[in-house]
Design a binder for this molecule. Structure first.
Ligand code: SAM
Length: 442
């Protein structure tokens, strides 16, 4: 570890070679558009970000992205997982632990830095001349990545080292409580877009100063003036009871991303997050009228992000590097036609099953509960499901969705017969397994 400083040139050149290797690969991967919710330029991609960025570059996207937010693994040497739960409120029980991503590196810091450096090189290529990048890290690796950012983006394009200060998390008796992350803000050129923000600065003693020409305001705390926003940001983490909470480990607060987007983007700009996790950047882009590209290599991340965007009714395409459907998971579906004044079809999920309860990679904590749920409360194992009334056999375009919320989900929907052409149903379970059945006849 101590010799990393001397290895930085080698890490840099290995990362360059890694990018070149990806460029030379026959055709690394073709992305299949598996789902789209309307005409859109937004997309969520399941796959490795190096491959996907190369794919974008090959399709003429160099210099086309206005803002990149990057929240990679921090070199924490930990594994992150999601507790898959059933029930609601205080009666929620953990069924299994679903690994989200690993931040353990066989060849230590060297391997970690090589991978991140390669990603930063591709991000630099994709960024617009007036664009900027925010790399979110903490004490584990900020110091090395800052040096690498200077090399990839240029020392002169360093703008800020933002300190995000929060209250949550543990403390130690051996050192000061670690309560901040570092966000490195770089631009592509000196001509970058930046809209300065203002914040409150409370007067000493919270009393009015009454200086000539200085505007002062008062709120419930006291008197303040408005000053240009500083590089230390106090924003709460996503709380346990927050409506934002997706359950994804390492989820970042929307307020943090909103502040970045307000400062460096305009409406309609294209923003990207190639380590998107639960899709926080996409959610905020949707709310603020920006376009987005999201990518993650983990099933739990992509499942959480996809559900979040569907819930927000944010039109996007879902693309996948590897086949997304699972052959282990199956849903029983019934279709009933109700004729009369209002001619309709009821589509319902009547059960779910698994060919093998040994779900790959998933640590089942309570197999009795899992079996009981499958037999009696299968609805609690469904994360979301959707219906494409006129599936073209290639791209799933959902017309209707149902989501699990507070442990409850509707398992039946009524559809006017006039809408039904090639009825196809897609069901996603709490582990991210996907089942699809098409050609359901009325
Ligand atoms: C710290 S989390 C991001 C959390 C996210 N900002 C949020 O608000 O939910 C880092 C993410 O990077 C993903 N990841 C790590 N290496 C990756 C790679 N090579 N390609 C794509 N995603 C990757 C992990 O699966 C993980 O979801």
């Amino acid at each position: 570890m101590t010799d990393i400083l001397f290895k930085l040139p080698e890490i840099y050149s290995n990362a360059k070679q890694l990018c070149e290797r990806i460029s030379k690969q026959e055709m690394q991967c073709e992305y299949e558009i598996t789902e789209t919710t309307g005409v859109t330029e937004n997309c969520l991609v399941f796959g490795n970000n190096l491959n996907y960025m190369k794919y974008l570059i090959d399709r003429g996207m160099s210099g086309k992205i206005n803002m990149i937010y990057s929240d990679p693994p921090f070199f924490s040497k930990s594994d992150y997982s999601i507790n898959v739960k059933a029930g609601s409120g205080k009666r929620k029980m953990v069924i299994a632990r679903n690994p989200a991503f690993s931040d353990k590196w066989k060849n230590g810091m060297e391997e970690y830095l090589t991978e991140i450096t390669a990603a930063l090189m591709l991000m630099h290529e994709l960024l617009d001349e007036r664009g900027s990048i925010f790399v979110h890290l903490d004490w584990h690796s900020t110091h090395y990545i800052k040096v690498i950012m200077d090399a990839v983006f240029g020392e002169k394009n360093f703008i800020n080292e933002i300190i995000w200060n929060y209250k949550s998390g543990g403390v130690s008796k051996k050192y000061f409580a670690r309560k901040h992350d570092t966000i490195l803000f770089y631009s592509k050129s000196r001509d970058y877009f930046f809209e300065p923000q203002q914040e409150k600065s409370y007067n000493r003693g919270l009393k009015p100063y009454r200086f000539k020409g200085v505007k002062e305001y008062k709120d419930t705390v006291g008197w303040y003036t408005l000053v240009n926003m500083k590089d230390v940001w106090q924003i709460d983490m996503v709380g346990r009871t927050s409506s934002e909470r997706t359950g994804y480990a390492t989820q970042k607060p929307e307020a943090l991303i909103k502040r970045i987007l307000t400062s460096v983007t305009k409406e309609g700009d294209l923003c990207a997050d190639f380590y998107c996790g639960s899709g926080t950047l996409g959610a905020v882009c949707h709310k603020m009228g920006r376009r987005y590209i999201l990518c993650d290599s983990g099933v739990p991340a992509v499942t959480a992000a996809h559900k979040r965007l569907l819930e927000l009714k944010s039109a996007h395409a879902f693309m996948s590097e590897t086949p997304a459907l699972s052959d282990n998971f199956c849903a029983d579906i019934s279709i009933d036609r109700i004729e009369g004044l209002y001619d309709s079809v009821t589509a319902a999920i009547t059960g779910i099953s698994y060919r093998d309860l040994e779900l790959p990679g998933i640590a089942l904590e309570n197999s009795d509960l899992m079996e009981t749920l499958i037999d009696n409360h299968y609805d609690q194992l469904i994360e979301y499901w959707c219906v494409d009334c006129d599936y073209d056999g290639k791209v799933f375009r959902p017309d209707i969705y149902r989501f699990s919320s507070a442990g409850m989900i509707d398992v039946a929907v009524e559809i006017p017969v006039s809408m039904v052409k090639n009825l196809t149903i897609r069901v996603v379970d709490k582990f991210g397994n996907v089942f699809q059945k098409s050609g359901i006849r009325v």
